[in-house]
Design a protein around this ligand. Structure first.
Ligand code: HAM
Length: 465
């Protein structure tokens, strides 16, 4: 970027015939100014948003830890090959940010965490003692069309259990999702847990309809979008893709419930495992008091690595139409690293969808004030004294900030009020001399006079009333 310097010598060109040139230069400088917009589809977190983000993360962490899960982390950069092996095609080809580094290596910004955690486990498989219960809240990057509930960077709560082949793990992770939703204050009626099973899906596409790989992909993508499409539009697309057997598939997909769906299927041995697992999963969750679980034959999940149970959670309010959580069982993912199989099941839950949902139900937490006490200053001479007092109070656990604006008391108090700081005290010559401070609660107007070592307890007492 060019920087134009204006001369202030006696040949100053800001007047006279040169004036017009200067104007053009100014325009040019303005045009070249760097944009304040963030990159498309990512978000800046100003303090109010950061507070909400931290609140959401704290609930996620607390819930995972209450089930005995340990936190892990990894870099946002991965070799691109990691995703080529077994993610969904759409994620790899259309949505991954991939570039060559200076050493000509193909690198991706992680679009999901599952391949990373599988890689980490494969790398230390012999040292780790299974089962592993792990969680993480990574930021992920997907080149998607930004829209409500979908951004190009999101944070995703990942919870996975490795080393348990039986249905108990499926029950555990789904019950964890339910516990998390309850911890935010949602009721069962506010959300729906939709389940399906890849064994059933694969049987229908590969055995019952014997579709070739390409047609199976088109059909499963269509089914995945079924709930977001108009019925005629969906039926037409199915008819065009598999004209001879479209009515058979549509009958299956339009089943009212699991029993009706199963009644349309042949009594094949290959199918039984998926049916039994799904029935048991729903029953076991019901036994735990989780009654908002429904079978959804149109639930597909976009990733190639799922092998059994798949599930997604949806808001029942139509304002948020996209999945809030998505996950499933993936027993073969470690294969790609040439390691022994480790059965696994888990889910991802994005920060964007859950924040929208908290807003929809009006249950966002109240904004937390940056400090508990604001020290207003009468004149410059009191600053050193105020800083000492503030430090003493901070050492005793109080959050304190000091005003350095030099403005009138009234303006300093207004600032505290605007920032929702609950208590103020004003320091001038008298307070410095006497060591007594008038502490005022801004909402009630209540005032008490305290010496420095009484302030923390005094504020705590008023706050707890
Ligand atoms: P996913 O369905 O791609 O699954 O993402 C899980 C959740 O992340 C979604 O339900 C949604 O809440 C959120 N999410 C995904 N993409 C975006 C986006 N562009 N913007 C905002 N939120 C988004 C996975 O990623 C699997 N790896 C999850 C998993 C973990 N499966 C087993 N373990």
């Amino acid at each position: 970027m060019k920087v134009f310097r204006l001369s202030h010598s006696k040949n100053d060109i800001s007047s006279g015939p040169h004036k017009i040139i200067i104007k053009n230069m100014e325009n040019k400088t303005k045009k070249e100014a760097v944009s304040t917009e963030s990159y498309k589809g990512v978000r800046d977190f100003y303090p109010a948003d950061m507070a909400i983000q931290n609140y959401i993360f704290s609930k996620m962490k607390k819930t995972a830890e209450s089930f005995g899960y340990s936190e892990y982390g990894a870099s946002v950069l991965e070799y691109a090959d990691l995703y080529k092996a077994k993610s969904g095609e759409e994620i790899v080809n259309e949505q991954t940010y991939t570039f060559k580094d200076k050493g000509d290596r193909e690198v991706s910004l992680r679009p999901e965490m599952t391949p990373t955690v599988a890689r980490m486990i494969a790398a230390k498989q012999k040292e780790l003692s299974f089962p592993l219960r792990w969680y993480s809240i990574p930021n992920l990057f997907r080149y998607e069309k930004p829209q409500r509930g979908r951004t190009r960077e999101h944070w995703q709560f990942n919870v996975d259990i490795f080393g348990v082949k039986n249905i108990n793990a499926d029950v555990e992770v789904i019950s964890l999702t339910s516990a998390l939703m309850k911890s935010f204050g949602f009721k069962d009626s506010n959300f729906e847990i939709r389940v399906n099973n890849r064994k059933i899906v694969n049987y229908i596409l590969n055995d019952l309809f014997a579709l070739d790989e390409n047609t199976a992909k088109i059909i499963s993508k269509l089914i995945d979008k079924k709930d977001k499409m108009k019925a005629e539009e969906f039926n037409k697309a199915i008819q065009e893709t598999i004209p001879e057997r479209s009515s058979e598939l549509l009958q299956l997909l339009n089943s009212k419930n699991f029993e009706e769906f199963v009644s349309h299927l042949p009594k094949s041995a290959e199918l039984q495992e998926g049916i039994i697992e799904t029935k048991e999963l729903i029953k076991r969750l019901e036994d735990l008091g989780i009654t908002n679980v429904v079978f959804s034959q149109s639930l597909m999940r976009g990733f190639d690595y799922y092998t059994g149970t798949i599930f997604e959670i949806y808001d029942t309010n139509p304002e948020n139409i996209r999945a809030i959580f998505g996950g499933g069982r993936y027993d073969d993912l470690l294969d790609i690293f040439g390691k022994d199989k480790v059965p696994a099941i888990g889910f991802g839950m994005g920060d964007v969808g859950i924040r929208n949902m908290l807003e929809t139900y009006n249950i966002l937490p109240a904004i937390v004030a940056p400090a508990e006490l604001y020290i207003c200053i009468q004149n410059e001479n009191s600053i050193g004294f105020a800083q000492d007092l503030a430090q003493k109070l901070r050492n005793n656990g109080l959050k304190v900030s000091v005003d350095y604006s030099g403005k009138k008391f009234g303006d300093q108090i207004k600032y505290a009020d605007k920032n929702k700081i609950p208590f103020i005290t004003c320091i001038g010559d008298e307070e410095v001399k006497n060591g007594k401070f008038k502490i005022k609660e801004l909402t009630s107007g209540e005032e008490i006079i305290l010496s420095d070592n009484e302030i923390v307890d005094g504020i705590r007492k008023i706050s707890s009333n």
